[in-house]
Design a protein around this ligand. Structure first.
Ligand code: SF4
Length: 218
């Protein structure tokens, strides 16, 4: 695995081409949580406006916790998958009641909160607290699968392989890990998409197992 060459190429590209998204300008764990809940099942372009309005209306976890369920649901109207906002609201109330309003930084603690799975826990730990933690969503899983082409033995699980790989290749420095996780997601969203792997314009094609195959056939 050419992990260091992969990291370098990906980070270089992200510095040049990463999108300027509102949740990339903050390290506020509550704001990151809101963005992560909204981004589940929903595209970035739809989320941006909702995110801004929601944060304006509920700028702190305390403001969200003290709002009524009907008001909170109304702020989510049109975004769909209302289970997400119910969980987010419950999470806010739990954190205010049991943790003095402080969202934990440890992924194990984060997973105890309503609606927080392994991915969201990793994302909050990395994007808010800059901890070198893997965060594997569907975009990241696809990029890692194509880039490192697993050969699975009997009984081995692809999901486990993907998480192990993500943990192995993540930079140890928190700030760099932040950028690396963002970059992996960005590559999966913009270039190595579910519909098409655009290897010809991909920044990691020289160190990606699939990209190298495509290149050698040209
Ligand atoms: S080279 Fe192709 S398969 Fe590999 S990460 Fe880039 S787009 Fe995906």
């Amino acid at each position: 695995m050419q992990a260091s060459a992969f990291r370098r190429a990906l980070l270089r590209w992200f510095r040049r081409s990463g999108r300027d998204l509102p949740w990339r300008r903050t390290r506020d764990p509550y704001h990151i949580l809101v963005s992560e809940f909204m981004l589940q099942q929903t595209q970035v372009s739809r989320v941006e406006g909702y995110y801004r309005r929601f944060i304006e209306r509920y700028p702190t976890i305390g403001a969200l916790a003290s709002a009524s369920p009907a008001m909170v649901r109304e702020s989510w109207e049109g975004l769909g998958y209302y289970r997400r906002v119910e969980n987010l609201h419950r999470l806010a109330r739990n954190v205010v009641r049991d943790r003095q309003g402080v969202i934990p930084s440890d992924p194990v603690e984060l997973r105890r909160l309503p609606g927080v799975g392994r991915y969201t826990a990793g994302a909050v730990a990395s994007f808010a607290y800059e901890r070198p933690t893997a965060a594997v969503d569907t975009n990241v899983a696809r990029v890692l699968r194509r880039a490192f082409l697993p050969r699975l033995g009997r009984g081995a699980s692809l999901t486990q392989w993907i998480w192990n790989t993500a943990e192995e290749i993540i930079p140890r420095r928190g700030k760099t890990a932040w950028a690396f996780n963002q970059a992996l997601m960005e590559l999966g969203a913009l270039i190595c998409t579910a519909r098409e792997a655009r290897c010809g314009v991909c920044p990691v094609r020289k160190v990606c197992a699939t990209g190298k195959r495509v290149n050698s056939k040209r």
